[in-house]
Design a binder for this molecule. Structure first.
Ligand code: HEM
Length: 402
């Protein structure tokens, strides 16, 4: 007779797992680190195994087959199979090279004062409100503004972006009801229309880009003599919005939630604001905004429990790897001074997050300034989680600052 833990299946997780996956993840890491799901896929929970998968060139990201079965032919299928994240070289290399141009140290230097300004403006608004939802009234606005700036998205469309992002990413959860698929398809279509218009406009006005604009580099940039097609442009711009938006919103919200749960660490950060640099790494480790990744084994791979055959579909638990006691002492304890901190919230290998530096700067400025400016920052009622297993964040986080 199998125990409840032995029967665990990533494709049929419940609300308790979403609320707190760590008791299950600890058990799996210790007793079943290469855990088999009923559909034949495996779920990896050890840091060393997860790292090995990400560092291997033979572990593939292409999802045409999986998404074909999951979505059928529809806008969500086109979107996810055209985004660089779900592709392998050579297409992945072309898109990544073009997008990388937007994340050079010179470009990022443009963003720092911009982020400072946006955060100061948002904090004035927070002060006026006194009582607020930290997600709606603060955390979600910063990444929307940054991505909108990068893509040149006009003001009037910006309030819709988080809805699009959640609808499109929500369709990536292991189990997705039909209404969520419908919302995801509608979001790809609507956002696609906006971007098609913006791209057409920029093509007709090639010299109209403002400083730091990414769209221009994506439209006119070339790698190995190849430019992106209109469809590739649209879908990768939607992806940039999603990649940089939900994760950063969750990063800021999760960090404040963690400070509320660990008042001693909150006080430490208030007393020594310089700790923000190591604190953001610890927030990313303890509550990683992206918790689960996927690869298809293109060749056999040797893991801690033996060889996994070519053709195996792999789920990596970034969340479990980041609390592996083999790498992190006392892994469930949040320690904002932790050093070294070899978390893999941004993974590693050829798909390593392109926005990691930008996200760190956004987090440092947003969380650092919020904590410093409002010594009375405190919870104001129950928080609710985004009901997804892959993305960990709060749907609402009521706070008071007065
Ligand atoms: C705390 C915030 C963030 C976290 C935790 C995060 C995490 C990740 C992770 C884990 C991946 C790899 C996924 C995989 O291949 O399985 C990834 C990829 C990516 N991220 Fe981020 N990300 C964050 C913010 C951002 C931002 C702000 C941007 C840009 C505006 C961004 C752009 C990208 C891009 C373009 C990729 C695809 C890279 C590739 O496939 O080569 N991310 N991110």
């Amino acid at each position: 007779m199998l125990t409840e833990m032995e029967r665990f299946d990533l494709n049929s997780i419940d609300a308790a797992f979403i609320e707190n996956p760590h008791p299950t993840l600890h058990w799996l890491r210790e007793h079943s680190p290469v855990h088999r799901n009923a559909d034949g896929s495996v779920y990896l929970t050890r840091h060393a195994d997860v790292l090995k998968v990400y560092q291997s060139r033979d572990m593939l990201s292409d999802k045409q087959e999986e998404f074909g079965k999951k979505f059928g032919r529809c806008p969500l299928y086109t979107h996810h199979t055209t985004s660089l994240i779900f592709n392998d070289p050579p297409y992945h290399t072309v898109v990544r090279k073009l997008i990388s141009g937007a994340f050079t140290p010179r470009k990022l230097a443009i963003f720092e004062p911009l982020i400072d300004g946006i955060v100061d403006r948002l904090l004035d608004h927070v002060e006026d409100l006194g009582e607020l939802d930290l997600i709606d009234d603060f955390a979600k606005t910063l990444p929307t503004e940054i991505i909108s700036f990068m893509l040149g998205i006009p003001e009037e469309y910006r309030s819709r972006l988080r809805g699009y992002s959640l609808a499109i990413l929500g369709a990536l959860d292991p189990v997705v009801p039909q209404d969520r698929l419908d919302e995801g398809n509608k979001a790809v279509e609507e956002f696609g229309e906006i971007l098609n218009d913006l791209i057409d406009h920029r093509r007709k006005n090639p010299d109209g880009a403002h400083e730091g604009e990414v769209l221009e580099a994506l439209i006119f940039g070339e790698h190995d003599g190849r430019r992106l097609t209109q469809e590739e442009l649209v879908q990768n711009c939607i992806f940039l919005l999603n990649a940089g938006h939900e994760t950063t919103t969750s990063f800021v919200g999760n960090s404040i939630g963690l400070l509320f749960d660990n008042p001693d660490q909150h006080r430490m950060l208030q007393d020594d604001p310089e700790l923000i640099t190591s604190a953001v790494e610890e927030f990313l480790r303890v509550e990683s905004p992206l918790q689960i990744g996927n690869r298809l084994a293109g060749e056999d791979i040797e893991l801690s429990t033996g060889t996994l055959p070519k053709g195996t579909y792999i789920h990596t638990s970034i969340a479990a790897a980041n609390r592996d006691p083999a790498v992190f002492e006392d892994p469930d304890r949040m320690d904002i001074t932790r050093k070294p901190n070899k978390h893999i919230a941004f993974i590693t290998g050829i798909h390593v997050c392109l926005g990691a530096t930008l996200a760190r700067v956004e987090g440092r400025i947003a969380i650092g300034k919020l904590v410093k400016r409002f010594p009375n920052l405190r919870p104001n009622g129950p928080r609710t989680r985004v009901p997804l297993a892959r993305f960990r964040g709060y749907a609402s986080l009521p706070v008071r600052v007065d």
